[in-house]
Design a protein around this ligand. Structure first.
Ligand SMILES: [Zn+2]
Length: 67
């Protein structure tokens, strides 16, 4: 089946028995991310986590306790 990436509009061919193709058919949502866009989003998410907006614990606090 043919799928179109929602971000870069590039058409990709998915094997009909591929897990991703089955999921897309079952949900009837044609939301597909090509591997390149998927990776880009994945990296951005990790970067956002690294900037500290999702700081769960402060490493400096921990160090102070040890000293
Ligand atoms: Zn894409």
């Amino acid at each position: 089946m043919k799928v179109q990436c929602v971000l870069c509009d590039v058409l990709h061919e998915l094997e009909d028995n591929a897990l991703q193709a089955k999921r897309l058919r079952n949900r009837r949502i044609h939301m597909y991310l090509c591997p390149e866009c998927y990776e880009r989003i994945d990296n951005n998410t990790k970067k956002r986590h690294a900037t500290g907006s999702f700081r769960l614990y402060d490493p400096k606090e921990k160090k102070r306790d040890l000293i």
